[in-house]
Design a binder for this molecule. Structure first.
Ligand SMILES: [Zn+2]
Length: 250
């Protein structure tokens, strides 16, 4: 079959196109982020196009189109239905999809498979509820920055390399900074908060969970604020779904 190709992809976003069709934004391990047309995807949830919904991991057959390619066959690999049982987790998943859509550049990249894998892992961890929701969200945010190659420097002052008195976070400089190097307006970071942000990088989720339990209640919000200061430096605007996430979390 000429003019068609297969792809594995996760649906990040869907928006209407004309009367019945949709444009879907997809994230694929081989093709990176790209848009495609899903015919009739809004008409019926039981049609084969009906599965082309955000949060679904799909195997697709695509037909080459004049501008956008068209989804012609769909097979669901995973739908993370367990996430839907809890509004807070739904809000985090929605936020993460928006974040990936905003931060990942269109087209295939050397890091596409790792970027895709990081989102699958974040959604698996969210569905399995292996961490408190906010801590899991902060971990996913930091992991996205890491696979994109723009992780914040957390181990020494990013300006002078000092390891003592690193008590500020300077997104402009790319990470933590000592008191002498930090610019005015840098975010103050306590020793405990920095320890928790560093712990978010732990590949062992069970170990992170154990360590996080030793921190005072609310520490995860301070750790998340540090990750978000860095994230927002790299985003053209704050994600719209963050406001909804904050409402749900309260
Ligand atoms: Zn310094």
């Amino acid at each position: 079959m000429s003019g068609t190709y297969q792809a594995e992809a996760l649906v990040l976003r869907r928006r209407p196109l004309g009367e019945a069709d949709s444009v879907v934004t997809l994230l694929s391990p081989s093709l990176g982020r790209f848009d495609a047309v899903a015919r009739g995807a809004r008409a019926s949830k039981t049609s084969r196009g009906g599965m082309v919904e955000p949060l679904n991991h799909l195997k697709l057959l695509l037909a080459e189109g004049r501008s956008l390619d068209v989804v012609s066959q769909v097979q669901t690999v995973k739908a993370w239905r367990g996430v839907g049982a809890d509004l807070h987790r739904v809000a985090v998943a929605t936020y993460l999809l928006e974040l990936y859509g905003a931060l990942v550049e269109p087209g295939p990249h050397a890091s596409s498979a790792r970027v895709f894998g990081s989102l699958v892992r974040a959604l698996d961890e969210l569905e399995e509820a292996v961490l408190p929701v906010t801590l899991g969200c902060a971990r996913a945010e930091l992991r996205l920055l890491t696979v994109m190659g723009i992780a914040p420097g957390l181990d020494a002052c990013v300006v002078c390399g000092a390891v003592a008195d690193v008590s500020r976070f300077s997104a402009r400089d790319g990470g933590i900074a000592c008191r002498a190097c930090a610019p005015n307006g840098a975010l103050p970071v306590s020793v405990e908060t920095l320890a928790l942000v560093r712990a978010l990088r732990d590949p062992e989720v069970a170990r992170l969970n154990e360590r996080a339990a030793l921190f005072p209640a609310g520490s995860e919000h301070a750790a998340q604020a540090v990750v978000r200061a860095h994230l927002d430096w790299h985003l053209p605007q704050p994600p719209r779904s963050r406001a909804f996430l904050q409402q749900v979390a309260e």
